[in-house]
Design a protein around this ligand. Structure first.
Ligand code: NDP
Length: 332
């Protein structure tokens, strides 16, 4: 099977030379292991951070070793009583065609309950991030006005819709294309949306939220965070989920220049890691699963085909080529 290896640590934007698609032998599962043929691979923004050799909440990818990431696949051989050939599983050994997975590290999923790709998106890690970030970290309550950046992406599109479904007074989103902006308002029910490439974010946000915002769900950082601080009302809350605008920066980026406003407005700015919120998993699957089934919560996926195109899919996602979750499909 083929698998992607990191062979050099990227400086700035990752380059194709930093990676290699290598052919390896398909192994046999030992005791307590399963051999999985991957069907869908996830490419996520956090993977950029793991390409750097810095201590973080997940260890860096090792040079010359296969990359890691979420994946859904089919068990083709099992050395574990818990799994049989034909079972579908979610696991963490993506970026490859075949994965030898410890049975303890695999979770059974069912294509009868939901399409397999959704376990990487709307019903998976990004979905839980949106749900927990809004409800637990941003302490969302009915009547709040919510602004979310990266609003047409996997996490952001769900944040805005969950806020609407839970009684937000106003939901505003920003995204990087006019088509995405249209989708937010016309399909996802956002009250207002703007293209951040059209002009200063602070001005566009003021226009979209004349009465200010109570919650900012940050996927982007930089200019967006500064604009949100200036539009936040007293006792506003910020869930800092991601700062994708600076993931490829080679120089330290300017802090929000208006940070002192935190004092007078008594703002709370809190980081969020989805791994801290596994306790919400069951409630999330029940509530969001029901909304997805009823059609009240909509989602999109951008699907790229073939293991060869995994790196392009990852880079394309960083450039905004995806609407909703970016998925690489290897074929059922
Ligand atoms: P998305 O599906 O939102 O894809 C990334 C999007 O980021 C692109 O589509 C692009 O959309 C946007 N983007 C890229 N560069 C910029 C830029 N310079 N300024 C503004 N937008 C930009 O990814 P996810 O939903 O998976 O992740 C969204 C965020 O959430 C990321 O920051 C990620 O790191 C974070 N995250 C954090 C987790 C946690 O536990 N803390 C867990 C999961 C995700 P556009 O066309 O609009 O520019």
């Amino acid at each position: 099977g083929r698998e992607w290896h990191l062979v050099a640590r990227p400086h700035g934007w990752p380059k194709p030379e930093d990676f290699e698609l290598r052919e390896t032998e398909i192994p046999e599962p030992g005791d307590g292991q399963i051999l999985v043929r991957n069907i869908h691979l996830s490419v996520d923004p956090y993977m950029r951070g793991r390409m750097n050799d810095v201590k973080s909440y997940t260890p860096p990818y090792e040079l010359g070793k296969p990359m890691l990431g979420g994946a859904v696949g089919e068990v083709v051989a099992s050395g574990s009583d818990a799994f049989a050939a034909g079972d579908h599983v979610l696991h963490g050994l993506g970026w490859r065609e075949y994965a030898l997975v410890d049975a303890d590290a695999a979770v059974k999923v069912s294509a009868d309950v939901a399409p397999l790709s959704t376990y990487l998106g709307v019903l998976g890690m990004p979905g839980l991030t949106a749900y927990a970030g809004l409800l637990e970290v941003a302490s969302f309550k009915e009547g709040d006005a919510v602004f979310v950046s990266g609003a047409a992406g996997a996490v952001g599109s769900q944040v805005g819709q969950i806020a609407k479904l839970k009684g937000a007074s106003r939901v505003i989103g920003s995204a990087g294309s006019d088509d995405k902006v249209k989708l937010l308002v016309e399909e996802y029910g956002f009250d207002a949306a703007f293209n951040y490439k059209d002009g200063p974010v602070a001005e566009q946000l003021k226009q979209a939220a004349p009465d200010g915002i109570d919650v900012y769900f940050d996927n982007v950082g930089g200019e967006h965070l500064e604009a949100a601080i200036s539009s936040l009302n007293v006792h506003g809350r910020v869930a800092v989920c991601g700062m994708i605008s600076i993931y490829n920066a080679t120089e330290p980026t300017p802090a929000p220049r208006n940070l002192a406003a935190v004092i007078a407005k008594r703002l709370r700015i809190q980081g969020l890691l989805v791994a801290d919120h596994r306790g919400l998993q069951e409630q999330f699957v029940q509530e969001v699963g029901a909304w997805v089934r009823s059609g009240e919560l909509k989602y999109r996926e951008t699907v790229v085909e073939g293991i060869d195109n995994t790196l392009d899919a990852f880079l394309g996602m960083l450039r905004g080529e995806n609407t909703g979750k970016m998925i690489v499909t290897l074929g059922a």
